[in-house]
Design a protein around this ligand. Structure first.
Ligand SMILES: NC(=O)c1ccc[n+]([C@@H]2O[C@H](COP(=O)([O-])OP(=O)(O)OC[C@H]3O[C@@H](n4cnc5c(N)ncnc54)[C@H](O)[C@@H]3O)[C@@H](O)[C@H]2O)c1
Length: 485
C-alpha cells in the first residue's frame, strides 16, 4: 500500500479512491458532514493552520467548516463554557447540521480550543476574528471586545516568527479596521502593517438557521486587504467555494457589509408595508410581491441602484403620494413608504447646499427635465433645484437640448408656469452660453457629445457639481464634486 506523506495527499487520495470519504475520521459514514469533503474541496485545497477568535454564531460555524475542509483550526474564546462544549464534541450554538459537524471535526483531531490568544497566534498563520460588535447605548458599535482582542493579537505578533494574516470578519463601521484596529496592532507588535503582517476585512454573509449552507454558498467572497500576501492567504482558504473571489479596499468591504444589511432590512420592511396595504385592500400580498420579484429587469436588478440624483417625473412622486394616502385612509402606518418623498427632498436640499457653500455663485444648469432623454419637466428635481437657487438669489442659466419653451404644452407647461414662470429668460441657446459666465456648472444630463463639449468648455476656476456620475470626469480641467460620491 502506498504510504501517504502529507495530510493533503491523504485527503486527496481518499477523496478519489472512495467518493467523499476523509481520513483521520473514525466516523466516516457516507452521509456524515465530513464525508462530503472530497467533493467540496475538489481535493486541491491548500491546508493551513488557522485560528478563529470568538466562537459564537459566526466563529463556531467557521471553525467547524474550516476544519471540515481540511485545515487545522484553533478556536479561541473568553467563555470557558463554549470551550468546554467544543472539547466535549458539542457545538456552542444551535444550527442545522452543526452538532454532527462539530463532533466529526473534533474527532478528526484538526480542532483544538483555548483561552490563550497568544498560543493560538503562535501556532497558526492566519486568524479570523469573529467577536461580537453589538450596539452601544447610543446606537454606535460597541467595539470593546474587538479592540481588546486587537491589543492581544498585536502583543502576540511581537513574538511571532514569520508572516501572519489577521482577517476581521466581525461586522464593523467603515474605517474601523484602518483607523482603529491597525494602529493598535502596529503599536502592540512594534511591526509594520502590510509589511510584517497582513490585515484584511472579509465580510461574513452567513445567516443564522442556514449558516453551514451559506458558508458553502456565499454570494461571493469579498476581501479588502492591506497587501497582496494577505489577500492571497485568504484566497487560498476560500477559493474552492463556488463563488466569485473579489478584491476591494478594506473600507469598501466594510461599507459593503453594512450596506447589505441595510438593504436586507429595507427589503423586508418594503414587503411588509406592501403586505399591510394589500391586506387592507383585500388583495393577495404574496401574489403582489411574487409579481414584483418576477420583474428582473427593473425590480430585482441593478436598475435604480446607482448613487445619483433625486427621482421625479410624472409617476413616482404621484404614485407614492397615492399609496401613502391609501394607507392613511385605512389607518395604516407605513413609515418607510412615507419617508421616501421626504428623503428625496433631503437629496435635493443636499445638492443645493453644496452649491450655496460656495457663496452665492452664478450657476449654470445642464439639464432641466426629470431625466436624460425626455422633455418632461413635471416634478423634475432639477426644476426644484432651479427654484431654490433663484430663491437664494443665485444668478441662473439653464441649457437642456431636449427642452424647448415653445413646445411645452399641457401639464408640462402648467408645472413650469407654477414653478419657474421666467424659464424663458433663463434658457440658453447652447452650452457655451450657459457655461461662460457661471461659477458652478451643475450637470444633470448625460449625453456623450455634451460630455465632450463640457470638457473643452469648463475653466480651472469653475466647479462642476455632477449629479449623473459623469464618465471621463478626470478630463475636466476644473474643480469637480459629485453629489454623493
Ligand atoms: N450572527 C450572524 O448571523 C452574523 C452574520 C454575519 C456577520 N456577523 C457579525 O459577526 C460578528 C460575530 O457575530 P456572532 O453572532 O457570532 O457573535 P456572538 O456574540 O455569537 O459571538 C461572539 C463571541 O466572541 C467571544 N469573544 C468576546 N471577546 C473575545 C475575545 N477577546 N477573544 C475571543 N473571543 C471573544 C464571545 O465570548 C462570543 O462567544 C458580529 O460582528 C456580527 O455582526 C454575524
Amino acid at each position: 500500500m502506498k504510504v501517504l506523506t502529507t495530510e493533503r495527499e491523504a485527503l486527496r487520495s481518499k477523496g478519489s479512491e472512495r467518493k467523499g470519504a476523509v481520513p483521520f475520521v473514525e466516523d466516516d459514514k457516507e452521509d456524515s458532514p465530513l464525508a462530503k469533503l472530497g467533493q467540496r474541496t475538489g481535493g486541491d485545497a491548500s491546508f493551513k493552520r488557522i485560528s478563529v477568535f470568538g466562537l459564537g454564531y459566526v466563529g463556531a460555524v467557521s471553525l467547524a467548516c474550516l476544519a471540515r475542509d481540511g485545515h487545522r483550526v484553533i478556536g479561541v474564546d473568553i467563555d470557558p463554557v463554549k470551550l468546554e462544549l467544543i472539547r466535549s464534541r458539542r457545538s456552542p450554538i444551535l444550527e442545522e447540521g452543526i452538532q454532527e459537524l462539530m463532533r466529526d471535526v473534533v474527532d478528526s483531531g484538526r480542532v483544538s480550543v483555548t483561552e490563550d490568544a497568544a498560543q493560538a497566534m503562535r501556532d497558526t498563520d492566519i486568524s479570523f476574528v469573529c467577536v461580537g460588535t453589538p450596539s452601544a447605548a447610543n446606537g454606535s458599535q460597541d467595539l470593546t471586545a474587538l479592540l481588546r482582542l486587537a491589543a492581544q493579537i498585536g502583543a502576540a505578533l511581537r513574538h511571532k516568527q514569520g508572516f501572519h494574516t489577521v482577517v476581521i470578519r466581525s461586522t464593523v463601521q467603515p474605517g474601523t479596521v484602518e483607523d482603529k484596529i491597525e494602529p493598535i496592532l502596529e503599536r502592540e507588535s512594534g511591526r509594520k502593517s502590510g509589511v510584517d503582517f497582513g490585515l484584511c476585512f472579509q465580510p461574513e454573509f452567513l445567516r443564522e438557521g442556514s449558516s453551514i449552507s451559506d458558508y458553502d454558498h456565499p454570494p461571493y467572497t469579498l476581501v479588502g486587504g492591506n497587501c497582496e500576501a494577505a489577500v492571497e492567504a485568504v484566497r487560498e482558504v476560500f477559493q474552492h467555494l463556488p463563488a466569485r473571489f473579489m478584491v476591494t479596499s478594506i473600507r469598501v468591504a466594510e461599507a459593503l457589509k453594512m450596506s447589505c444589511n441595510a438593504f436586507h432590512a429595507m427589503k423586508i420592511t418594503f414587503a411588509n408595508e406592501i403586505g399591510r396595504v394589500s391586506q387592507a385592500l383585500g388583495i393577495d400580498s404574496h401574489e403582489v410581491m411574487r409579481l414584483v420579484c418576477a420583474d428582473t429587469r427593473l425590480n430585482i436588478s441593478p436598475a435604480y441602484l446607482k448613487p445619483g440624483f433625486a427621482f421625479g417625473g410624472s409617476c413616482l412622486p404621484k404614485d407614492l403620494r397615492a399609496i401613502t394616502s391609501i394607507a392613511r385612509q385605512h389607518d395604516l402606518v407605513v413609515p418607510m413608504l412615507s419617508s421616501l418623498l421626504a428623503s428625496n427632498r433631503v437629496h435635493i436640499d443636499h445638492a443645493v447646499d453644496r452649491i450655496l457653500r460656495l457663496g452665492r455663485p452664478k450657476v449654470g444648469m445642464l439639464g432641466l427635465s426629470f431625466k436624460t432623454g425626455t422633455d418632461d419637466l413635471r416634478e423634475s428635481p432639477l426644476v426644484l433645484v432651479a427654484k431654490r437657487l433663484i430663491g437664494e438669489g443665485c444668478e441662473l442659466r439653464i441649457f437642456d437640448p431636449e427642452v424647448q419653451l415653445s413646445r411645452l404644452i399641457g401639464a408640462n407647461r402648467n408645472f413650469m408656469e407654477a414653478n419657474l414662470p421666467h424659464l424663458g429668460s433663463l434658457l440658453c441657446a447652447d452650452l457655451a452660453q450657459m457655461i461662460g459666465p457661471s461659477d458652478v456648472v451643475l450637470v444633470g444630463l448625460q449625453q456623450p457629445a455634451l460630455n465632450e463639449a463640457l470638457q473643452s468648455l469648463v475653466r480651472p476656476e469653475q466647479t462642476v457639481l455632477d449629479l449623473v456620475n459623469l464618465p471621463n470626469r478626470d478630463l475636466l480641467r476644473c474643480r469637480y464634486e459629485g453629489v454623493c460620491w
